[in-house]
Design a protein. Sequence first.
Length: 431
Amino acid sequence: MKNKKRLNIAIIGLGNIGSYLYQYLRTNKKQLFKKNNIVPHVIYVSAKNKSKKRSVKIKKSMWLNNYMDATKNKKIDLIIELIGGSEGAAKKLVFSALKNKKHVVTANKALISKYGDKLSKIAEKNKVNLEFEAAVCGGVPIIRSIKESLIANNIKSVYGIFNGTSNYILSSMDKYNFSFKEALNKAKELGYSESNPKSDLNGSDVSSKLKILSSLCFNSYINHNIYVEGINEVDHIDIANANKLGYKIKLLGLSEIKNNKIIQRVHPCLVNKSSYIGSIDGVLNAVIINGSPVGQSIIQGEGAGPEPTTSALISDISSILRGNIKYPFSISDKERKRIKFDSIINQNFSAYIRLDVTDKHGVLSNITKIFANNKVSIKRLIQNPYKSKKFSSITIITHLAKDINLMKTLKQLKNKKFIITKPKLIRIENK
């Protein structure tokens, strides 16, 4: 495609996503030129392991000796960062690229959630684009929707399922009666989970994504005050109990503005079986935004993997191909706000509480007394005795109560001799 205007690109990081993106850009040049009137041209690549076997063939002349050379090479217009992680090579690369007036596209939610404010300021100062659609929910085009399609709206809340791995695990435990370990191993086998799935399971992946979404929705700086709880302690008994009660268990990220304060939280929730969010299974992600005048807006799609992530990366690349310098967080740094936060302990929830107790006289009255003393009212109580094992499993659904009181109740129960295993609490969301 000679004599056509080009945007020269360096891809740094050639794992599954980087390799897929490289191949896509090579084979779809004509299509992207027709849509953007400029050719995306990959001229350099870099990876930690140059000799690793890859599904794509790359000319020797395209390899950079040092990935940092990309930030000062005058031929390069755009750097695509696919290294990952909030520190080390990724941080060094992106900061340097923006300071050297290179456009940056990244899929790195950890980096953006931690350093997005600083990076945005540098990009704005140097009049280059910093794009990160692929950092949140893969192929779900939520970032551009907030920045452009929903620009007229005053957004009050954003919530949803932002992690395909955890959703696949919870769905599999429900549908196939898998144990947590069996569901996790299946996720690894199918390529839905990393070999180290810690950030997927402990809620930190969702936390990074939610902080980015909150900042965009509320035109604020990134707020690091967030309650985070993962799915590690959910077992097949909780899944079965939820089903009997008419619920599904989902790991949700939720952020809202109440009384001019932001509340950000990530934790497992019981949601109604018949609700929209209750029907999202497998590796799908779904983002729900409540705003005015739009009302409720829902975007759903594949959350991870080379194909959906490449879809998001191409969206960002195309935005840069079309020109126009855009603010990374939709508005200028000077216009963004610092919003005070409110803790989850001040919020009211109904909750599912599961207690495994010794099957002795007086245990139940002792439990109800602890609830009453902490101002937690019991809405429903189900007792399942296991005579052969000499213990009972008690499931309690509470009325609305302050989270701090629910936590006090759990703490006091935990120290009682009649409690066999650590008490479980899962908040109920009527979404």
